[in-house]
Design a protein around this ligand. Structure first.
Ligand code: C5P
Length: 425
């Protein structure tokens, strides 16, 4: 029998704590042993007895409880945990964790443990967007803390926005089930471009576009889950780097071109998800262009076409482009596939609340002689499906790939797992 994963579930003070007893059940269903530790504020929302009933263990909350401490002291408890999950993680607890505080049982355990820490934030959308909260989250990510969520939607406070705790099933799956894509790209090097580029006009102005980089970053995270070594070359975006990924920040199309060509020789797959500028100013003014009450002509020239330049290399990786189209998506994308000599293109219709600067996407994926649709969903789910499609179409290196059959089965299994997970939500 496989040993159970020992999870220390920290519950902090927020209305989403009412979902945490269900989370305990979902974790136990998936083979975990769960010890609940509550903060004082959490006890105002849910009773410790509820957790005791579902976890089968006395709920802990007091650093100074001599009876509990003599049964298992806080240092022993910190050692016992193989994973610390804080769900819900309130803005206050996130701040205390970032500050390294140890002034109650849960914060002390977080400082005293060597186990990985995972947070499932839940709070009002404005509290989540608050600069201090975001800075604390960034700091914790840079220290290796994993953040799951929050999701967007209706909030208990009556507002709508990002701040809802992930549903218990989704949290339990993310922690205890292998990613559906696990192993599909094992050991391959994947180079990805993401985000917009900025083309400078003068020292204070630039041309850019509305790309948020979310799709490219989701593809990077999905490729990493699939076992690839991932490098992402990104234009200016406000996104944290997914765990385990090498990030190269660039600004202009020229910079992106240079960074891509520095790394492309090692790549097995190149995925161009960036919204690269089509035009760049012929010259960048040294001084701010003055407003003189008359129109200004700025001469633009084509920016380097990065994906085409990679596709034209004599020894090249498998090349996947993206196409954001406003009309006649499939025909336009197919002609782009041919014109740029790509192996595959992922096309989406821009508008209708999807694609640019938003959290959902839907794709039509085309390759010479074939196509498949990926239904609308959160970008990470769409990215996982795209990775499964790419894995299936990768050519065998220098002849039939060893283990190709095994990989085809893994791809089919993975798509079925992805579909059933999406259906369950
Ligand atoms: O030509 P269009 O911009 O529609 O092509 C989109 C695809 O080409 C995307 O994969 C994008 O990342 C890539 N591209 C590029 N360099 C450019 C323009 C687009 O790599 N200068």
């Amino acid at each position: 029998m496989t040993p159970k994963t020992r999870i220390l579930l920290g519950v902090t003070g927020g209305i989403a704590a009412y979902k945490s007893p269900d989370l305990v059940r979902r974790l136990i269903e998936r083979g975990a042993e769960v010890q609940v530790v509550m903060t004082a504020a959490a006890k105002r929302f849910v009773s410790p007895m509820s957790f005791q009933a579902v976890s089968g263990r006395p709920t802990r909350s007091d650093l100074w409880d001599s009876t509990a401490e003599s049964a298992m002291g806080h240092i022993e408890l910190a050692r016992w945990a193989q994973l610390v999950l804080i769900a819900p993680a309130s803005a206050d607890f996130i701040a205390r964790l970032a500050g390294g505080r140890a002034d109650d049982l849960l914060s002390t355990l977080c400082v005293a443990t060597e186990a990985s820490i995972v947070l499932a934030p839940a709070m009002n959308r404005i509290m989540w967007a608050n600069k201090a909260t975001q800075a604390n989250v960034e700091l914790l990510i840079s220290r290796g803390v994993r953040i799951l969520g929050p999701a967007a939607g209706n909030q208990a406070c009556g507002e709508v926005g990002a701040g809802r705790m992930w549903e218990p099933v989704k949290l339990a799956e993310s922690l205890l089930e292998p990613p559906a894509n696990a192993g599909l790209l094992a050991g391959l090097n994947i180079l990805i471009t993401a985000g917009p580029t900025r083309e400078r006009l003068d020292p204070v102005r630039y041309l850019t576009n509305r790309s948020s980089g979310k799709m490219g970053f989701a593809v990077a995270a999905a490729a990493r889950e699939a076992g690839a070594h991932v490098t992402i070359v990104t234009g200016p975006v406000q996104l944290p780097t997914p765990a385990g990924i090498t990030r190269i920040n660039v600004e202009s199309a020229r910079d992106m071109y240079a960074a891509v060509h520095r790394h492309v020789a090692e790549a097995d797959v190149f995925i161009a998800a960036a919204a690269v500028a089509d035009f760049q100013p012929v010259t960048i003014a040294k001084q701010k262009i003055k407003k003189q009450g008359v129109s200004v002509n700025i001469e633009l020239e084509p920016a380097p076409d990065i994906v085409r330049s990679v596709a034209e290399m004599a020894k090249r990786p498998f090349v996947v482009g993206f196409a954001a189209e406003t009309d006649d998506v499939e025909n336009n994308a197919r002609s782009k596939l041919k014109r740029k000599k790509l192996d595959m293109i992922a096309a989406n219709q821009v508008g209708d609340g999807i694609a640019f600067d938003c959290d959902d996407n839907a794709l039509t994926v085309l390759w010479p002689g074939g196509k498949t649709d990926v239904a609308r969903g959160p970008k990470i789910d769409v990215a996982r499906e795209l990775i499964a499609i790419i894995a299936k179409r990768l050519p065998p290196p220098g002849g039939p790939r060893r283990g190709a059959r095994k990989r085809r089965t893994a791809v089919a299994d993975s798509r079925n797992r992805l579909r059933s997970r999406r259906a369950r939500r």
